[in-house]
Design a protein around this ligand. Structure first.
Ligand SMILES: [Zn+2]
Length: 237
């Protein structure tokens, strides 16, 4: 076995542990993001219901004003009818009053519908508000659990990072620089065993002379094709 191999493989295993902690942290962040998004959706629904309710109230108030002004005009017609002398003029006013009455009946019906609609919209708004509150209540426990997991994983990650740094000091310097450079460019393992006559990362055949040196433990060398550091002693050796 190459004298620097054990420390190099140890460093790689520490990096794997560190990466696992990072992935766990990413998962936790995604879970929290999902909770946040659910709350945002619930709140957006409340806002939408609130806008619809306000629009409904506005319409109802406009109809109230309209009816109010109709009533005033109608009242004036009634007063005028008492003052007119000619029968024809009185008849014309009567017709006007009748027409206005049916228009007003229609407006009042519209107002009733709008008032009914405002009640419905208000109920919807209250339901949406209650749902949003309930959701936040429901999430309280999940968020507390997430926070606790987050603290645990943070601690794990810090321990893994510490262990990694300690292992790194054990690796021969030039090899470590080579390893670190490879790690920054690659996903997955950067120190891999020979698989028979080939690199076990890319399965490119390794020339015999170098293979023999690797097998004898006198060389830790990079794969010519993919760059990983090759050693002897994997499962297929
Ligand atoms: Zn390779």
């Amino acid at each position: 076995m190459h004298p620097h191999l054990a420390s190099l493989l140890d460093l790689q295993s520490k990096d794997v542990a560190l990466l696992a902690a990072d992935h766990q942290l990413d998962d936790l962040l995604r879970e929290r993001e999902a909770l946040d998004q659910a709350v945002q959706r619930a709140k957006a629904e409340v806002d939408q219901c609130d806008r619809a309710w306000r629009d409904g109230v506005k319409l109802r108030e406009e109809l109230e004003l309209k009816i109010e002004s109709f009533r005033t005009i109608q009242e004036r017609r009634r007063q005028r009818i008492e003052q007119v002398r000619g029968a024809r003029e009185a008849q014309a006013l009567m017709t006007e009053i009748d027409q206005a009455r049916s228009t007003m009946a229609k407006e009042e019906n519209d107002w009733l519908n709008s008032a009914e609609r405002v009640n419905q919209l208000e109920a919807k708004l209250q339901e949406a508000g209650a749902r949003a509150t309930a959701l936040e209540e429901e999430q309280r426990e999940a968020r507390a659990t997430l926070e606790a997991r987050r603290s645990a994983v943070d601690a794990e990650r810090a321990a893994a990072a510490g262990a990694r740094e300690k292992s790194a000091t054990e690796v021969e310097k030039s090899l470590r620089m080579r390893y670190d450079r490879l790690r920054s460019n690659r996903r997955g393992s950067v120190v891999v065993s020979l698989a028979g006559v080939a690199c076990s990362a890319c399965y490119t055949q390794v020339p015999m002379s170098r293979r023999n040196q690797i097998l004898m433990g006198s060389l830790i060398d990079g794969c010519e094709a993919c760059g990983v550091l090759l050693y002897a002693g994997g499962p297929s050796e």
